[in-house]
Design a protein around this ligand. Structure first.
Ligand code: CMC
Length: 430
């Protein structure tokens, strides 16, 4: 008779235990009863980098990495990219359902009316060096927002949480654009609430005086890119958001931590690295020697924009971006690095090294080419990831706070260091 449980025999003691299987998981704490004697702490699992550990139950994003499936709240990413816009997708991710027209308009109104930042934030930004990386500026100014909204620390008040969520989604593009304009020495462009979320961001970035005319093709491309980046379940930055948020700190501080995690070259910093890599390769004839270098480097040199912890198939987001590239290049002109990227992909997908390890292009492989063609400098690429991911981070944070099974995140360790020894005064040490 089948039973949703696991029988475990401890060969050290000969004892057998029965552990419940729920949703394809066993509770790590159920292993604690497995002991060799009274003084034994009990069995733990060892899972560096959490490669096989579920840290939460979630109803937001579903990924099937083997089949290349990504759904937000059950809706396939392809359908959302085709038919939705970023704010509607953010609403869906945060609240679980697609909004009615009235709900959408109310949500969009709440976001567009929080886009301005306190004038002191401008002064704060003015303190950064002229060449400060905009991701560092974004991270710091988001953290600074917690000092402007001290009431945000009341994280158990759902209404208060909602207000901070609106504020954050609204202000992130403003901070991002200010960071860019600081780095190029241009006066900040204030938000224009008559424009769409993406249209407004484009004008805050690129307005040069007079009225900025938003190109509808580029505005739509940005909407799609933002939809694709809105959430991705328990990745490194989302785990940082949940982990830091579990200490019950305010959401601005948690988002700053999530931005820090996203900044790394193995995560959201990869799109910037892809462009550096394509630049360094320089021409198609150099690709074979580059690939050879990757394969012989023992994992040190990576083909950036390739590989994923969860996807062992083509990243569905990369497919959509690749298709969209042509529409963007019709407006902006073709990015000359595209030919190198296409050839690199072709060669890698035929190469045994990449095939055997199931390394396919991920979201970052083609997104940077589009961003560059649209006029965004390379160091803005991770920032362009952080803006839309803010809604995902906040949805995950909100879900965590409503989850009665969650507590402050606190992993265990396997201690392999020196056992107790006595202190030796400095004079007595040789
Ligand atoms: N180029 C060359 N080899 C690679 C790559 C790559 N991009 N990615 C993985 N490998 C190799 C790796 O060396 C290892 O080989 P071996 O088995 O011989 O030791 C094997 O493939 C498995 O790699 P791993 O590092 O154990 O895999 P992981 O799941 O820990 O890492 C990853 C996932 C995304 C960090 C990694 O694939 C990588 O570094 N990719 C390049 C950076 C990148 O594009 N990051 C963006 C990820 S998508 C956007 C996001 O959500 O952040």
């Amino acid at each position: 008779m089948s039973k949703d449980s696991l029988s475990i025999t401890d060969n050290r003691t000969g004892k057998t235990y029965e552990v419940v299987i729920d949703n394809g998981t066993i509770k790590a704490l159920d292993l604690r009863q497995i002991k060799v004697g009274d003084g034994d702490f009990g069995l733990m699992t060892y899972d560096p980098a959490f490669t096989n550990t579920a840290s939460c139950k979630s109803r937001i994003t579903f990924i099937d990495g083997d089949r290349g499936v990504l759904n937000y709240r059950g809706y396939p990413i392809e359908q959302l990219a085709e038919q939705s816009n970023y704010l509607e997708t953010a609403y869906l991710i945060l609240l679980g359902e697609l909004p009615s027209r009235a709900q959408y308009e109310g949500f969009a109104h709440s976001i567009t009316h929080h886009t301005l930042v306190h004038e002191n934030i401008k002064e704060l930004m003015g303190g950064f060096r002229y060449d400060a990386h905009p991701m560092g500026m974004l991270m710091s100014t988001v953290a600074a927002l917690s000092t402007f909204y001290p009431e945000a620390k009341h994280i158990h008040d759902a209404r208060n949480r909602k207000e901070q969520i609106f504020r954050l989604i609204a202000k992130i593009p403003t901070l991002a654009a200010f960071a860019y304009r600081h780095s190029v020495g241009m006066p900040y462009a204030y938000p224009d609430n008559d424009l769409s979320y993406c249209g407004n961001f484009l004008q805050m970035m690129f307005k040069m005086g007079g009225r900025y005319k938003v190109n509808p093709v580029l505005e739509r491309a940005l909407e799609v890119l933002f939809i694709l980046h809105a959430d991705h379940e328990q990745n490194c930055s989302t785990s940082a958001m949940r982990g830091v948020g579990s200490s019950e700190v305010d959401p601005y501080s948690s988002i700053a931590a999530a931005i820090a995690a996203l900044y790394g070259p193995l995560h959201g910093g990869a799109n910037e690295q892809v462009l550096h890599m394509l630049h360094d390769i320089g021409s198609k004839d150099k690709i074979p020697s580059f690939i050879k270098g990757v394969k012989t480097s023992g994992g040190e040199v990576r083909l950036m924009g390739f590989g994923h912890r969860v996807y062992k198939n083509y990243d569905p987001r990369a497919k959509i971006i690749k298709r969209m590239a042509d529409q963007v290049f019709e407006v902006t002109g073709r990015n000359p690095l595209l030919d190198i990227a296409l050839e690199l992909e072709r060669i890698a997908l035929e190469d045994e090294y990449f095939v055997k390890r199931k390394l396919y292009p991920n979201v970052d492989f083609y997104s940077g080419l589009i961003y560059q063609a649209m006029g965004f400098p390379l160091d803005m690429f991770p920032v362009l990831f952080a803006i839309p991911r803010t809604s995902g981070w906040l949805a995950q944070w909100d879900e965590m706070l409503e989850d009665k099974e969650q507590k402050i995140a606190r992993p265990r360790q396997v201690y392999l260091g020196v056992q107790r020894r006595d202190y030796v005064p400095l004079v007595a040490r040789s």
